[in-house]
Ligand binder design. Structure first.
Ligand SMILES: *Cc1c(COP(=O)(O)O)cnc(C)c1O
Length: 227
């Protein structure tokens, strides 16, 4: 097997697993998107994938790393959508808004305020997913589920340049049953506040099968592709 094809082939294997779970759990594969998380991948690995496969979007958690990787000679000619998945500090909001097509990690009203202001300056909408928290851990960012309704209402009334496109959450650490229950909760919140065509982003390399079964339509997969 040629080394050149390895990343594309690993990607295909992930796709095959996604398809299989869709079949088993009665999900429409054409409505499931894969955010290819490139934060651990080097430019050459990313180039190999992008030159062989059309991907929905790439996910990055750090601004500087994104600029370095994607403006470098190997990748600058690839047109690919970029989603920001890391914790966003307000001092980076302007540049993140310029660089990324969607921010998956809106987690405070203060950040919403800053993003709204920057989006107005840049004469665009800031497309965002609300990050919700599925654990009680202090270290995890995200809104508590019970804070979601008021948050959405405030964003809609106060920040016209923010467009909420769905929810993002990271699974709690735990047994599959625990993860499943947490994803179920996220799906219920999603169904209450968003439309089917919005994004419910649950699931990473270790738990995307459970996430798919529970209704995720935007899997965020890194290490399973770039292993
Ligand atoms: C790193 C990261 C991922 C991808 O994780 P893998 O386990 O490598 O698939 C997904 N979502 C977020 C928010 C991340 O930070």
């Amino acid at each position: 097997m040629q080394e050149e094809n390895k990343v594309a082939q690993t990607y295909d294997k992930v796709l095959a697993r996604v398809k299989e779970v869709c079949l088993k759990s009665n999900r429409d594969f054409s409505k499931v998107n894969i955010l290819v998380v490139t934060k651990y991948a080097n430019q050459e690995q990313i180039r190999q994938l992008l030159s062989k496969r059309q991907v929905f979007a790439v996910g990055q958690s750090k601004l500087q790393d994104t600029l370095t990787k994607f403006s470098g000679p190997q990748l600058k000619n690839f047109k690919v959508k970029k989603f920001f998945i890391g914790h966003l500090q307000t001092n980076k909001a302007a540049k993140v808004l310029e660089t990324f097509d969607l921010i998956c990690s809106l987690d405070s009203l203060h950040l919403a305020e800053v993003l709204n202001k920057q989006a107005q300056k840049q004469n665009k909408k800031a497309l965002c997913l609300l990050q919700i928290k599925l654990t009680d851990k202090q270290t995890q960012s995200g809104l508590k589920i019970e804070e979601v309704p008021a948050f959405i209402e405030q964003v809609q009334t106060l920040y016209p340049n923010i467009e909420l496109k769905g929810l993002m959450a990271i699974a709690p650490q735990g047994a599959p049953e625990e993860i499943k229950a947490a994803f179920k909760k996220a799906k219920a919140v999603f169904d209450n506040h968003f439309k089917e065509q919005d994004y419910l982003s649950l699931g990473m390399s270790g738990d995307f099968e459970i996430a798919l079964e529970q209704g995720s339509n935007l899997l965020r997969i890194g290490s399973a592709i770039f292993d």
